[in-house]
Ligand binder design. Structure first.
Ligand SMILES: Cc1cc2nc3c(=O)[nH]c(=O)nc-3n(C[C@H](O)[C@H](O)[C@H](O)COP(=O)(O)O)c2cc1C
Length: 368
């Protein structure tokens, strides 16, 4: 008799029982191609197809008009968007799935083309010298507007309102997108934050905005329905660089999160080779697992074997798969049957191709 794979065992995450330990990593798919940027029937189909995962984390969803930075991404600030998401969560729940929404603010990665010519908001007026995916194609990023204290207050409120909207849309919980070079990461990082007030300078100050948002959101969802995401060794991307204070900042934040009763901390192994990058940590799960007592999700470049191994070795509780879930909506079943894995078509990741490369990947059907 074959041994049950650790990935396919159930897991108690707070008060939720996940049917397996495969999580769908949040993935922008740019299919909210309507005036309202609301989820459509196509989104319903896409998420429903993937409800056999232990937990779905939705694509990044902008918390306000000011938070957007990519075309055709869905929001969670208008009535139409809440209605669209409600249809998604209902469909997932009908299939006995669980779904969290990822709350997103891109900060300085946005572009004036999204904001009638106004500058995007960021902790400091520092251009990431990156590219922005605007309605008019890829454009160079600009020097953003340094957020005033009033802007920060408004943004905290917008996150809180987005959490209220997410609750009304029927989500089981939410993930704060505090990763990948977007607004929270911009506050964390020295290369994007040179503020001299309470939100800049020391590690504690640079983490302050994140904890303010977390505290506000915790008034809407119980903490055990709130997750957070970090990419500590992200380097040379969106103008974010690892320096000597980067890893200590994430150590400080993650240790402090032991005082919260969160659903999970979601970490990414480095997206790029950082073996030559001074101060970067090459093995994120190994480094951070001993620092955090709660549920840890690990992500980035995992396959079936690596996922089972990391759970067996105790470095993570759950494994988030991104690209594999794009082209294998039935991934848990494929792992169960040790079935072949379908490769995804990168051309349809974000494109305006509707169902193509989104909901039209075939399920695995055994020959015998
Ligand atoms: C098409 C695509 C869209 C993505 N969008 C998001 C997103 O909205 N939010 C986020 O935190 N990460 C996003 N990511 C990163 C993934 O969540 C994940 O970290 C990455 O794909 C590595 O995991 P994998 O090797 O299992 O694919 C995206 C990745 C891809 C491929």
């Amino acid at each position: 008799m074959s041994k049950i794979q650790p990935l396919l065992t159930s897991y108690k995450m707070g008060d939720l029982l996940l049917k397996n330990r495969l999580v769908i990593a949040p993935m922008t798919r740019s299919r909210a191609n309507n005036k309202e940027n609301a989820p459509t029937d196509l989104h319903v189909k896409y998420y429903k197809q993937r409800a056999s995962a232990g937990l779905i984390i939705s694509e990044g969803s902008q918390i306000s008009k000011r938070a957007v930075g990519y075309v055709n991404t869905p929001g969670i600030y208008s009535e139409a968007q809440v209605k669209g998401w409600r249809a998604v969560t209902d469909a997932v729940h009908k299939e006995e799935g669980k779904i969290f929404i990822q709350l997103w603010h891109v900060g300085r990665v946005s572009h004036p083309d999204f904001h009638n010519g106004e500058l995007p908001l960021a902790p400091s007026a520092l251009n990431p010298n990156s590219k922005s995916f605007t309605p008019n194609g890829f454009k160079d990023t600009v020097t953003p507007k340094e957020m005033t204290l009033e802007d920060i207050k408004t943004t905290v409120e917008e996150f809180k309102q987005a959490a209220i909207n997410a609750k009304n849309a029927g989500f089981d919980g939410l993930e704060i997108h505090s990763s990948n070079g977007y607004l929270f990461h911009q506050f964390f990082n020295n290369s994007s934050n040179n503020r001299t007030d309470n939100y800049g300078g020391s590690i504690e100050n640079r983490a302050c905005f994140f904890f303010e948002v977390l505290d506000e959101i915790s008034k809407v969802f119980p903490q055990n329905r709130v997750g957070v995401r970090f990419n500590p060794s992200m380097h040379n991307s969106h103008g974010i660089d690892v320096d000597q204070e980067t890893i200590p900042l994430f150590e400080y934040v993650i240790k402090k999160l032991n005082n919260y009763n969160l659903a999970y901390v979601h970490l990414s192994e480095p997206f790029t080779d950082v073996s030559e990058v001074k101060y970067a940590i090459k093995n994120i799960a190994k480094h951070f697992r001993p620092l955090y007592n709660g549920t840890l999700i690990i992500n980035s470049n995992f396959d079936q074997e690596k996922g089972n191994n990391i759970i067996t070795n105790g470095f993570a509780d759950l494994v988030a798969y991104g690209k594999l879930f794009i082209s294998n909506s039935d991934l848990p079943e494929r792992f169960l049957k040790n079935a072949p894995i379908t490769k995804c078509d990168t051309k349809t990741f974000y494109s305006d191709t509707g169902a193509k490369g989104y909901t039209d990947y075939a399920n695995y059907i055994e020959d015998i």
